[in-house]
Design a protein around this ligand. Structure first.
Ligand code: FPP
Length: 233
């Protein structure tokens, strides 16, 4: 890594919608599953790089609550990759002092995937400086409904701050920057509540091609943004 990279302002929390795996594979005459495989390898590359740049929290959209509607084979392949990821990268996450947290509704996941997630979360829970959140069976609307229902069931008032506190990953705060790879310009139900004031960056680069240089370009772009949070300067 070059040591002279410096920007005037760094996001603390970055979210990424990792889109474009299927197209990346098809462009190479390969099945979509190949794109997911290469895309899943890129998760570790980008996580390590982001943390080396000083990012504290990285939230990656790995499987949306709508992705169950994809062909059965593709869903099974994504689930297999997630389980493999959870088991394979556990020790390197520990070595790199990287906390791994899964956010989303895990109830429909297989027992073995849930066990792998729990084992990895447990093995890395003491690390505080670098957190990789994987959103799995996650939907922003689903998360808001979950938070509101939990507040109601506990007899608590529903306010902007109480909803924030009951979101799946409340302690990790709101993303300063949300990146979407793959050319589409939409948010697709990702971090709807937390992303209210996030800076958004859309790139045509497909996720498997989104390398360290592309991540740095996003940081440089972010450093030039003027965040006003609805106020005037
Ligand atoms: C979108 O590509 C990507 C996903 C459905 C989720 C991202 C999944 C991974 C990167 C792999 C699994 C992750 C881990 C952590 C093991 P797409 O299939 O929609 O691509 P397309 O838009 O080109 O069709």
């Amino acid at each position: 890594m070059d040591s002279d990279f410096s920007v005037s302002k760094l996001p603390s929390h970055v979210g990424i919608i990792m889109d474009g795996n299927g197209r990346w594979a098809n462009l190479r005459g390969k099945p979509r599953s190949f794109g997911h495989k290469i895309g899943s390898k890129n998760v570790e590359t980008i996580a390590r790089h982001a943390f080396s740049r000083g990012i504290k929290t990285l939230t990656l959209f790995a499987f949306s609550s709508e992705n169950w509607l994809r062909p059965k084979d593709e869903v099974e392949e994504l689930m297999r990759l997630l389980e493999r990821y959870m088991n394979k990268f556990r020790s390197s996450a520990v070595e790199n002092k990287m906390r791994i947290v899964v956010s989303g509704d895990r109830s429909p996941l297989s027992d073995s995937l849930i066990r792998a997630i729990e084992k990895t979360e447990k093995a890395t829970e003491s690390f505080r400086d670098r957190t990789l959140i994987l959103a799995v069976n996650y939907g922003g609307r689903q998360e808001i409904v979950y938070a509101v229902n939990k507040l109601i069931s506990e007899g608590k008032p529903v306010t902007e701050s109480s909803v924030s506190e009951y979101l799946y990953t409340a302690p990790f705060g709101e993303p300063d920057l949300i990146i979407r790879t793959g050319g589409e310009i939409r948010i697709s139900n990702f971090l709807l509540y937390q992303g209210a004031y996030s800076e958004l960056l859309f790139t045509d680069v497909l996720w498997p091609d989104f390398n360290e240089t592309e991540f740095d370009k996003a940081l440089i772009n972010y450093s030039g943004r003027n965040r006003r949070f609805g106020k005037v300067e």
